[in-house]
Ligand binder design. Structure first.
Ligand SMILES: Nc1nc2c(ncn2[C@@H]2O[C@H](COP(=O)(O)OP(=O)(O)OP(=O)(O)O)[C@@H](O)[C@H]2O)c(=O)[nH]1
Length: 513
């Protein structure tokens, strides 16, 4: 825990609780912000640094899959807190006042855990105001509403009405992803936010790393009496958002494909507030009249080679795609569970944090404005996941991979590369922990820069402090071109990170080179 993350008010609260002083209403921090801005990242940051604070978390998801719970790894998280996880399905916090959202809130209030505070992550397409009545109804006090904003992409998404609505009644704006944005983008975003919020506090952040007393109102967290832990009560409730209309379901072997969407014209059961959001979207969006989400699930591993050469290419060419996220299982690296993220200005990440803890499967959610684009990706994914495709899928090129490895090995800024599965090269820039440069910073940034250009798809595998990148050289890959692109991107990343994080830049640059 960082020294400055806990305020005196927090310490007082812990002291009071330990002294058995009873308290009043539970406080809530409502986290809003457009799709992919960094809301879950903020939640993870708070949970990782919460010390002994009893935090209940409620996640409201637009898609009909419980993917945020997977990405938050809530089962593990709760296990480490000695708590159980409950996933809630159906209903919507922002549209159904008597639905599961209020029930979940009531469960948090009634919980024997005596939570100190509640965090609610709204879906990236929800209006935060809609949650307030429910909080009040169950006796939870709204301490603050925080909007997380992607500094790099704010200007591009301003035409979407919900982006502006989400900024209307907030107390604090985390201007996030400042590592990706230029100084010009950051200051333009600050001007826009100031105008839209009427002067809310704005704090710049990278990966939402901010002191906890900025985002939790410790002053208002009342002292709660200590109680015996009841592990049957959840700390993290993953709450799926909108009742969906399924318009296509295919069943191929063990692969289940469902496309669902929220479409006002189709969904007569939508309640008034949801309809209003949709109508406002219609007016504000240049694409179609509503948002759609599609969920792909497969218990057959996908070919990484085909995924990068066809699916990713198609995804990149989609005009209406706003967000993609999920867990991927690849034939070429069966042991790794890749978390796939597509957000903001076509930023793509696929990071594996370790092996599978349950039966491997892929689950990918796409959210966008063009239903037909989503359907088309669906079809491609379902073909890719057909069991007989698995054998034919290893189409990497050993020769190209060896050629590429030799080039990496000759560049002193990189660690020694190795080959995995013949055509999969594992490589990465060297970090320098003693000088404050982490492998994860360098290689994470390198992955984002290279993947952002669109012709190469890097995945990352992490273990402890190690952060390796993987590239699959397929039959069409030109090792020289590939290496040139990665080498150039590496130079840019090193220079930016050295410039941002260390005053004695020349020293660090010399070391890394
Ligand atoms: N480079 C960079 N990436 C970030 C930062 N904050 C978050 N991300 C990445 O952005 C992606 C989306 O972050 P999430 O926290 O899942 O965003 P979200 O708002 O919860 O997304 P939805 O729930 O789908 O609306 C992930 O790949 C994060 O790792 C940041 O400050 N810099």
């Amino acid at each position: 825990m960082y020294g400055n993350e806990m305020s005196i008010a927090y310490e007082n609260r812990v002291f009071n609780r330990r002294s058995g002083l009873s308290g009043g209403r539970m406080g809530c921090t409502l986290v809003t912000g457009f799709l992919g801005s960094g809301k879950t990242t903020l939640l993870k940051h708070i949970l990782n640094h919460r010390a002994d604070l009893r935090v209940a978390v409620l996640v409201n998801e637009f898609a009909d899959s419980d993917v945020d719970s997977l990405l938050l790894n809530s089962t593990n998280l709760n296990a480490s807190f000695n708590l159980s996880t409950v996933s809630l399905t159906h209903g919507c916090g922002c549209c159904d006042v008597r639905g599961p959202f209020r029930e979940s809130l009531q469960r948090v209030v009634d919980s024997k855990h005596n939570f100190d505070c509640l965090l609610v992550e709204t879906s990236g397409l929800a209006e935060p105001d809609k949650f307030i009545a429910d909080l009040e109804a169950v006796g939870i006090h709204l301490d603050m509403t925080i909007a997380v904003v992607d500094a790099e992409s704010l200007q591009k998404i301003l035409s979407i009405d919900i982006v502006k609505l989400q900024l209307q009644h907030v107390d604090l704006v985390l201007l996030n992803k400042c590592d990706l944005a230029t100084l010009g983008q950051i200051s333009d975003a600050e001007d826009i936010i100031e105008e839209l919020t009427g002067g809310a506090k704005i704090v710049r952040s990278q990966f939402c790393k901010v002191p906890l007393d900025l985002v939790l109102d410790f002053g208002k967290i009342e002292a709660q009496p200590e109680v015996k832990e009841d592990v049957s009560v959840p700390a993290i409730l993953s709450h799926e958002a909108l009742p969906k209309m399924t318009f296509q379901v295919a069943n191929i072997g063990n692969t289940y494909v469902g496309v669902s969407s929220y479409d006002q014209a189709d969904d007569q059961s939508a309640v008034a507030s949801k309809k209003r959001v949709s109508n406002e979207m219609q007016r504000g969006s240049s694409h179609g009249e509503s948002f759609s989400s599609s969920t792909f699930e497969s218990e057959t591993p996908l070919s990484l080679a085909v995924f990068q050469s066809t699916i990713l290419m198609s995804i990149r060419s989609m005009h209406g795609l706003l967000r993609a996220k999920g867990i991927l299982w690849f034939v070429e690296d069966r042991d790794s569970r890749f978390v796939f993220q597509w957000s903001g200005v076509k930023r793509v990440e696929a990071v594996s944090g370790g092996p599978w803890e349950s039966a491997p499967k892929s689950c990918l959610v796409l959210i966008g404005t063009d239903k037909s684009e989503l359907e088309s990706i669906h079809l491609q994914l379902s073909k890719l996941a057909e069991p007989h495709k698995e054998i034919a899928s290893c189409i990497g090129s050993k020769e190209s991979a060896q050629n590429f490895s030799m080039k990496v090995a000759a560049d002193g800024r990189f660690k020694d590369p190795c080959l995995k599965q013949e055509s999969l090269v594992v490589f990465g820039l060297k970090g320098s922990p003693s000088r404050g440069i982490k492998e994860s910073q360098l290689n994470g940034a390198l992955m984002r820069v290279v993947n952002g250009k669109g012709s190469i798809f890097l995945t990352a595998v992490t273990s402890g402090l190690d952060y390796d990148l993987q590239i699959l050289l397929d039959e069409d890959s030109d090792p020289d071109e590939t290496w040139n692109e990665i080498r150039t991107a590496a130079g840019a990343v090193i220079s930016k990170i050295c410039k941002n994080f260390c005053p004695c830049r020349s020293d660090l640059t010399a070391h890394v080179h």
